[in-house]
Design a protein around this ligand. Structure first.
Ligand SMILES: Cc1cc2nc3c(=O)[nH]c(=O)nc-3n(C[C@H](O)[C@H](O)[C@H](O)COP(=O)(O)OP(=O)(O)OC[C@H]3O[C@@H](n4cnc5c(N)ncnc54)[C@H](O)[C@@H]3O)c2cc1C
Length: 473
C-alpha cells in the first residue's frame, strides 16, 4: 500500500524533485512475455501457410480447369485469408503491451493500416470472385446470383452486413476522410470490426467449401477465432480490470505548469508493482462525468517512483481542455504501459534528447532514469516562447544535480532564433559528439522529421535515433 502523503496537494514536483532518494522504491520493470518477435512472426505467417495447405488438402488445386473453377477457387482463398487477416488485425490492435514491447507502437500501427486495407480488399475479392464463379456456373447474372445468395443461403444476409461494415471502416480510414472525423467517432466506427467478424462467422461454417465434412478444419477455424477472442479479452478487459482493482488509481492533485499546460498527479496502491519505465505512456480514462467514455494517451512526465504517476498535458482540444475540471479523488483507469521510447533502447553511453513543445514530457521523465554523469546527457528544448517552456525549474535542477547540459532554443524562427535552429550545422555546434550518442526526439511531427533528417545528414546511425510521436493511428 502506498501513501499519498509524500505529495502535498497541488505543488510543483520541483519541491521534492520526484520522491526523495531514500523514499524512492524500486519499480517493477515491464514484463517479459516469453515469446520473441521472431516467434510471433513465425506463428502468424505459419498459420497463413497452414490455411493455404488446408485449402489445397480439400482438393481444390486439380479442379482449376475452367474459368468458373478458377473464380470459385479465388473466392475461397480470398475468403480464408481475408478472414484470417481480420483476426490478426484485432489482435494487433488489442492494445497489448506485450506486442507493443516486441514491435513498437509505430510499427504495429503501420502494419494495422496496411493489413486493414488488405483485409477489406481480400473480402471484397471473395464477394466478387465467388459471386462471379457461381453466376457463371449457374448461368445467371451477377445480380441475380447475389439475390439467390441473399435469399436462399444460410447466414448470407449477416455476411453481407458484415462486409458492408468492413467497407465503411475502410472508407473512414482513408486519410482524407479520417481528417474530417474526431478521434472518438473514428474509433467508435472502428469497433464495428468485431461485429463484422462475428456476422461473417455463420456463413463460413455453413456454406464454406473447406468446412464441409471436415471436423478438423472446423475445429482449427474455431480455434483461431477463440485464440483471437481470448487475446483481445485479456488485453482489452482482463489486464485493465486487474490493474484497476490492484492499484485503485485516483487523482491526487492538479498543478498548472504554464498557461494551458496541466500536470496531474495520480496515486494508488502498490504503485511499485506497476511495471513502467520513464519514456513510456499509458492510455488514461478519468471516471468523471462526460469523460469516462474517452481514452487518451499521455506519457509519464516523471519517472515512475512507486509513489505517484505524473502526466503533463497541453490543452489542444475538448478532452485536454476539460482536464482542469477534474478533482482530486477522481478515479483513473489506465491501460499500458506502452512504448519503447525508453533508456533500455540505448546503444551508447551518452545521449542527446531533443524536445519540441509539449514533447518534453517523456524526455523530462527520461532525464531521471538516464545515468547521472557530467555531459552524459544533453537536452535541446525547442519552444516558441519562454512561457511555453514547461518544467524550467525542474530541468535546471536536474541539470545541476545530474550533470545534464540543457540548451533552450526559444523564440520565433528567423527572429529570435536561427531560421533552422535544428539544422545539421547548429546541432553539430551544440553537440559536437552527436554521432557517439543515442538521440531521443519527441515533438511535433514536422520537428521530428527535421531532426531525423539532421541526424541522417550528420551520419548518426538510424539504430541510435529513437522517436516518440504524439499521434496514434
Ligand atoms: C504516445 C502518445 C503520448 C502522448 N503524450 C502526451 C503528453 O505527455 N502530453 C500531452 O499534452 N499530449 C500527449 N499526447 C497527445 C494527446 O494524446 C492528445 O493531444 C490528446 O489526446 C488530444 O485530445 P483532445 O480531445 O483534447 O484534442 P482533439 O482536438 O480531439 O485531438 C487533437 C489531436 O490529438 C490526437 N488524438 C485525439 N484523441 C486521441 C486519442 N484518444 N488517442 C490518440 N490520439 C488522439 C488526434 O491526432 C487529434 O488530431 C500523446 C499522444 C500520444 C499518441
Amino acid at each position: 500500500m502506498t501513501g499519498a502523503a509524500t505529495l502535498p496537494p497541488a505543488v510543483p514536483l520541483l519541491e521534492s524533485l520526484a520522491v526523495p532518494a531514500e523514499r524512492r522504491r524500486a519499480v517493477a520493470t515491464p514484463r517479459r512475455w516469453g515469446l520473441r518477435a521472431g516467434d510471433v512472426v513465425f506463428i502468424v505467417l505459419g498459420n497463413a501457410v497452414l490455411i493455404v495447405v488446408m485449402w489445397v488438402r480439400h482438393g481444390q488445386l486439380p479442379n482449376l480447369q475452367s474459368a468458373t473453377a478458377m473464380l470459385s477457387a479465388a473466392g475461397q482463398l480470398t475468403a480464408l485469408l481475408g478472414t484470417y487477416a481480420a483476426l490478426v488485425q484485432v489482435v494487433l490492435m488489442s492494445r497489448s503491451p506485450w506486442l507493443d514491447q516486441l514491435f513498437g507502437v509505430d510499427r504495429i500501427a503501420g502494419w494495422h493500416r496496411w493489413l486493414g486495407f488488405a483485409t477489406v480488399w481480400l473480402i471484397a475479392g471473395h464477394v466478387v470472385f465467388s459471386t462471379a464463379g457461381y453466376a457463371a456456373g449457374d448461368g445467371r447474372s451477377f445480380l441475380a446470383e447475389t439475390w439467390t445468395f441473399l435469399t436462399t443461403y444460410p447466414y448470407m444476409l449477416m455476411a453481407y452486413a458484415g462486409f458492408a461494415a468492413f467497407v465503411v471502416i475502410a472508407a473512414v480510414s482513408v486519410r482524407a476522410a479520417r481528417r474530417r472525423l474526431t478521434h472518438e467517432t473514428w474509433h467508435f466506427i472502428h469497433l464495428y470490426v468485431y461485429l463484422a467478424i462475428a456476422l461473417s462467422f455463420g456463413h463460413q461454417i455453413a456454406v464454406g467449401t473447406d468446412f464441409e465434412r471436415d471436423p478438423v478444419a472446423i475445429g482449427y477455424w474455431v480455434a483461431l477465432y477463440v485464440a483471437a477472442a481470448l487475446l483481445v479479452l485479456a488485453f482489452r478487459v482482463a489486464i485493465p480490470v486487474n490493474m484497476a482493482l490492484k492499484h485503485d488509481l485516483k487523482i491526487h492533485s492538479l498543478f498548472e505548469e504554464t498557461p494551458g499546460v496541466l500536470s496531474i498527479y495520480i496515486t494508488g496502491d502498490c504503485l511499485e508493482e506497476l511495471p513502467a519505465h520513464a519514456g513510456q505512456f499509458f492510455k488514461f480514462r478519468f471516471l468523471a462525468r462526460g469523460m469516462w467514455w474517452r481514452v487518451h494517451p499521455f506519457s509519464l512526465s516523471a519517472a515512475p517512483n512507486g509513489t505517484f504517476l505524473r502526466i503533463t498535458v497541453k490543452e489542444v482540444g475538448d478532452f485536454t481542455g476539460a482536464l482542469h475540471t477534474l478533482h482530486p479523488g477522481t478515479r483513473v483507469l489506465v491501460e499500458g504501459p506502452y512504448g519503447i521510447f525508453t533508456s533500455e533502447r540505448r546503444t551508447r553511453p551518452r545521449t542527446l534528447l531533443v524536445a519540441g513543445g509539449i514533447g518534453i514530457t517523456p524526455l523530462r521523465a527520461l532525464l531521471e532514469e538516464l545515468p547521472a554523469r557530467k555531459g552524459g546527457t544533453v537536452l535541446i528544448y525547442r519552444a516558441r516562447s519562454w512561457p511555453d517552456v514547461v518544467f524550467r525549474q525542474e530541468l535546471d535542477q536536474l541539470a545541476a544535480d545530474r550533470g545534464v547540459v540543457v540548451h533552450y532554443v526559444v523564440g520565433r524562427r528567423g527572429v529570435e532564433v536561427a531560421r533552422s535552429p535544428l539544422a545539421p550545422q547548429a546541432l553539430r555546434t551544440a553537440v559536437p559528439d552527436v554521432r557517439e550518442r543515442d538521440v531521443f526526439i519527441c515533438g511535433p511531427a514536422e520537428m521530428i522529421a527535421d531532426v531525423t533528417a539532421t541526424m541522417t545528414a550528420l551520419g548518426v546511425p538510424p539504430a541510435q535515433v529513437h522517436r516518440e510521436r504524439f499521434a496514434l493511428l
